[in-house]
Every structure is written in structure tokens, then in C-alpha cells.
Design a protein around this ligand. Structure first.
Ligand SMILES: NC(=O)c1ccc[n+]([C@@H]2O[C@H](COP(=O)([O-])OP(=O)(O)OC[C@H]3O[C@@H](n4cnc5c(N)ncnc54)[C@H](OP(=O)(O)O)[C@@H]3O)[C@@H](O)[C@H]2O)c1
Length: 243
């Protein structure tokens, strides 16, 4: 049976690749914010792979944008089977001396509040879905920390706690899981990570490489198809968390 799947931040990187992985036979509701042409390319790829694509634009860094996206979504589908909370970003690197209320608000709004709000808004549609699930993209920063990304790490850590709490609250009807990527080659790093930092990550990663979007997209597909899994986070980071 065809699934209705909303992916936030589906225009580039992990979200775009996840759309490709889940395209075949499904209705993909592809959210984007500023990358309209990239989103159109993802939609064309989804249709080439035998899926149906609907594009939805919204800025999710505020409540109004989340409500706008949900309203558009509800006009296009009467049920949702999967919500992928993927939109996010680091905004900028910072040390403790750079902390400002506005920066903290911006990072939490984009990464944490948007995913929490979209989850809350989408639950009624998910309750009408078939084996419905919520999959949130968090980060290795949750456990690894990061001296120049601590607000971002905390924002993703809040989503990790949110995932487990929601999994209990929404069971048994809706499964709630997360994927925590390591360093993955996407536009995410264009503004916040230098080539020297990428090289350093590569050298300290046991598998001696950084990830590709497909490494994360395939985990999202696995979770979607596994109906005995809830409240879990899958770490995919080339072995950085090996003990
Ligand atoms: N790449 C990594 O190493 C890495 C590691 C750990 C976790 N993650 C997480 O993985 C997720 C996907 O990131 P990515 O690596 O694929 O980066 P990306 O290619 O930069 O994708 C980010 C997506 O978020 C959307 N977005 C950004 N600001 C937005 C806003 N204000 N409102 C709505 N959407 C917005 C972008 O949409 P537009 O381009 O259309 O504006 C884009 O589709 C993020 O949550 C990120 O924190 C990434």
C-alpha cells in the first residue's frame, strides 16, 4: 500500500536522499524552505523512481511556518504514514563567549522547536495512517559534544529526549525513533566546517571516511519498515562511538 510521507528539509543533503530511498510506490510530501530549484529536482527524481511528489514550502524556524506547512499538508492528504523530522542546521559555530539569547533561540527554534511542533501538529494525521511512524534526524553531537557546536548539540539532545518521551506517549499506535548521523557530506558543512576540519574528522573516524547521505537515508528506510522498533536512536558515524 502506498505510504504518505512528509520529509522536512527534503531539498538537499540527507532529506533529498531519503526522498529518493522512499520514493518507489509512495506519496512523498517534500518540504523545503529556500532551495526551490533543488526541491523541484528532488520531486522529479521521486517521480522518476515511481513515486508521487508534492512540494511544500515553509520556513520552520517559527511557529507560523510550522502551522503553514501543516495546513498545506492537510490540504494535500487526509492521512500521514511517516513524518521525517529532518530540517535543521548549525547556523554558526560559537564558543561560550559568543553566547547570546538570540543565537540560542535561533538554534533551538530551527532544530528543536520545529520538530516538536511538526510532531504535535501531525499526530492527528498520523493516527489515521498505516503503521505510522516519526523519524527524527538528531546528531552525533548529542554524545560527542563539540566545542564549537554546543548549543546545536544541546538542541539535538533535547530531540533525543523528545524521541523517547514521544515513543512512550504515542505507543502503541505511532512508533517514534531517531537517527543520529556522524559527519555526512552535505551542504550543511559549507558554511560551518572547513576542509581542514573535514580532514581531521576523516582521520579520527575508525572507518577513515565521512558519511554520505545514503548511509542515513537507508537507516530511515529500515526504521520505517521495522514495526517492532520504537524509542530508539540509530548511531551511524563510521565507528566513532565504539567502546
Ligand atoms: N551533515 C551532517 O554532517 C549532519 C550531521 C548530524 C546531523 N545532521 C542533521 O541532518 C539534518 C539534515 O541536514 P543535511 O546535512 O542534509 O544539511 P542540508 O543539506 O543543509 O539540509 C538542511 C535542510 O534543512 C532545511 N532548512 C534549513 N533552514 C530551514 C528553515 N529555516 N526552515 C525550514 N527548513 C530549513 C533546508 O532547506 P532549504 O535548503 O530549502 O532552505 C534543507 O532542506 C539536519 O537536521 C542536520 O542538523 C547533519
Amino acid at each position: 500500500m502506498s505510504k504518505s510521507i512528509l520529509i522536512t528539509g527534503a531539498s538537499t543533503g540527507i532529506g533529498a536522499e531519503t526522498a529518493s530511498h522512499l520514493a518507489s510506490g509512495n506519496h512523498l510530501l517534500l518540504h523545503y524552505n529556500s532551495s526551490a530549484q533543488a526541491a523541484r529536482n528532488v520531486a522529479a527524481d521521486v517521480e522518476k523512481r515511481g513515486g508521487q511528489a508534492t512540494l511544500l514550502q515553509a520556513d520552520l524556524s517559527g511557529e507560523a511556518g510550522c502551522r503553514q506547512l501543516h495546513a498545506e499538508l492537510a490540504r494535500r492528504t487526509d492521512r500521514l504514514d511517516v513524518l521525517v523530522n529532518n530540517a535543521g542546521g548549525m547556523i554558526k559555530r560559537h564558543g561560550i563567549r559568543d553566547y547570546q539569547w538570540g543565537l540560542m533561540e535561533d538554534i533551538f527554534a530551527l532544530n528543536t522547536f520545529s520538530a516538536m511542533m511538526m510532531t504535535a501538529l501531525c499526530v492527528p494525521l498520523l493516527e489515521k495512517g498505516q503503521d505510522p511512524g516519526i523519524i527524527t534526524i538528531t546528531s552525533l553531537a548529542i554524545r560527542h559534544g563539540g566545542p564549537t557546536a554546543t548549543i546545536y548539540a544541546a538542541a539535538k539532545g533535547a530531540l533525543d529526549a523528545f524521541t523517547r518521551g514521544m515513543a512512550r506517549e504515542l505507543a502503541p499506535k505511532i512508533r517514534v525513533n531517531a537517527v543520529a548521523p556522524g559527519v555526512v557530506a552535505t551542504p550543511f558543512h559549507d558554511k560551518v566546517t572547513s576542509p581542514a576540519q573535514i580532514k581531521a574528522w576523516t582521520e579520527t573516524t575508525p572507518l577513515r571516511k565521512i558519511g554520505a547521505p545514503m548511509h542515513i537515508a537507508s537507516a530511515v528506510k529500515f526504521i520505517m519498515e521495522n514495526d517492532f522498533m520504537t524509542g530508539e536512536t540509530i548511531d551511524i558515524n563510521g565507528g566513532l562511538f565504539m567502546r
